[in-house]
Write a protein that binds this ligand. Structure first.
Ligand code: S3P
Length: 168
């Protein structure tokens, strides 16, 4: 089978970057992470971009990067948890890639993001509440654009990768 692009969507801590990297190695495709691409292009960290330009400024940069990267072929793209918010991103992802939603519980998200200072939206007293609220808004959008939905909580990354390959 010839793979077109694969886009990984899902909330913070779902394992998009880890799974994406492994999947790229297995399928011998290239891997990009939209957050890392934004950091490379700007020379600034995600928290600094949020500080200087706010979330809206970050979203504009995110849209540009997703649009650019999905012009390529044979790419595995890990996106930030909020990338599905913009209709233009959803359209680009759906038309130029197979979209994989990595589903995870808030419990696992918390475990994986607890000590991470690199996620500005979680630098709050109550990250659990933030994650729950974000998921309420975003879950229908992840599901709306997903071609494949994979549960990541109960499986090791290698098995998640195998399941994705089986479903392609
Ligand atoms: C965000 C998720 C982050 C990053 C930014 C905003 C979000 O990416 O894009 O901090 O809105 O959920 P990860 O999902 O890779 O943590």
């Amino acid at each position: 089978m010839r793979y077109k692009n694969l886009t990984l969507v899902g909330p913070m801590g779902a394992g998009k970057s880890t799974i994406g990297r492994l999947l790229a190695r297995e399928l011998q495709l290239s891997f990009k992470d939209s957050d890392r691409e934004i950091e490379e292009r700007t020379g600034a960290s995600i928290p600094l971009i949020f500080d200087l330009e706010g979330e809206e400024g970050f979203r504009i940069r995110e849209e540009q990067v997703i649009d650019d990267l999905l012009q390529e072929r044979g790419l595995i793209l890990a996106t930030g948890g909020g990338a599905i918010l913009k209709p233009a991103n959803r359209k680009r992802m759906s038309s130029n890639s197979t979209v994989i939603y990595l589903h995870t519980s808030v419990e696992h998200q918390l475990e994986r993001t607890a000590r991470d200072k690199n996620r500005p939206l979680l630098q709050t007293e109550n990250p659990r509440k933030v994650l729950e609220n974000l998921l309420k808004i975003r879950e229908p959008l992840y599901r709306e654009i997903a071609d494949i939905i994979i549960e990541t909580d109960t499986r090791a990354p290698r098995l998640v990768v195998q399941e994705i390959i089986d479903q392609l």
